[in-house]
Design a protein around this ligand. Structure first.
Ligand code: MF3
Ligand code: CO
Length: 269
């Protein structure tokens, strides 16, 4: 079995992941009007958990045991502010402040299958440099997605992402990657954000992966935050993160998660 343990699925299973992705995408639209200066990040987390359970699904991060941690993650959302790259913690004592950028990262489990998504929001008025970082990071995700089709090389994705990011003198860590996603949140193969065209594994049809560039303004180096969970840039420069769950098809990527509910909600404020 060449793809032993990889999330290469039949349509029936992919439909469940698509349904999980739909709940997740609508969750982001529901949260968007609340991602404003003064917002309490623990309240955002509670709202997210209620929304997911009301939809008959489960928050996939809550209770999840990441491979390199010694304890399960305690919340529904990762809320990573400014220099935090991933795994920032919601807390009743952490309120959003105008000028910050905040990544909301969330996973949903439905009938044993997972979808994973992240989006970095501006909080109030942000600096031109922060705005540029958000734009470049999201565009790098789309450039990675455009490389996806059955038979393409994994390295094509990372090459497209990093080539674009580098042209703005922004940085990407080689320590954090995307991943297969399906019966578990994190499955093989890794989906690196840096790569060489024509290198790495070839993508099989119906493989489900999360593509998730994390981009820093400054150094590519990362370290652990003081809370013991968050991962931040070593030089405390800003970081952004956009993630979609996609299926590898013969004709290209089928993107299961969607930023449309976010964009609709943003157009109304
Ligand atoms: N969202 C991360 C990813 O996209 C996983 C976070 S799992 C957690 O791969 F439980 F640590 F939050
Ligand atoms: Co992910």
């Amino acid at each position: 079995m060449k793809y032993e343990g990889w999330p290469v699925y039949e349509e029936k299973q992919i439909r469940i992941i698509a349904a999980a992705a739909d709940i997740l995408s609508r969750l982001f639209g529901y949260l968007t009007p609340h991602i404003v200066p003064g917002a309490n990040t623990a309240e955002l987390d509670a709202m997210a958990e209620e929304f997911i359970r009301r939809e008959g699904a489960e928050p996939a991060f809550k209770g999840y045991q990441p491979p390199f941690e010694d304890r399960p993650y305690p919340y529904t959302l990762c809320v990573s502010i400014d220099e935090e790259v991933v795994h920032g913690l919601p807390s009743a004592s952490r309120h959003l402040v105008s000028g910050q950028i905040v990544t909301i990262d969330c996973g949903v489990r439905l009938e044993g299958f997972h979808a994973d998504m992240a989006y970095t929001f501006p909080v109030g008025q942000i600096s031109p440099q922060a705005a540029k970082l958000l734009q470049v990071t999201q565009e790098s995700l789309w450039r990675g997605i455009r490389q996806v089709r059955a038979g393409a090389f994994m390295g094509d994705i990372g090459h497209a992402i990093f080539d674009y990011v580098r042209s703005y003198n922004f940085a990407v860590s080689d320590q954090l990657t995307g991943h297969g996603v399906g019966e578990a949140m994190h499955m093989p193969p890794d989906v690196p954000n840096i790569g060489k065209r024509g290198k790495g594994v070839r993508l099989p049809e119906n493989l489900v992966i999360a593509i998730e560039p994390m981009v820093h303004v400054g150094s590519r180096r990362i370290c652990r935050g003081a809370d013991g969970w968050s991962v931040r840039t070593k030089d405390k420069s800003l970081a952004a993160h956009f993630e979609h769950t996609v299926v590898v098809r013969r004709s290209g990527a089928q993107v299961l998660t969607s930023f449309e509910p976010i964009q609709k909600a943003l157009a109304h404020v």
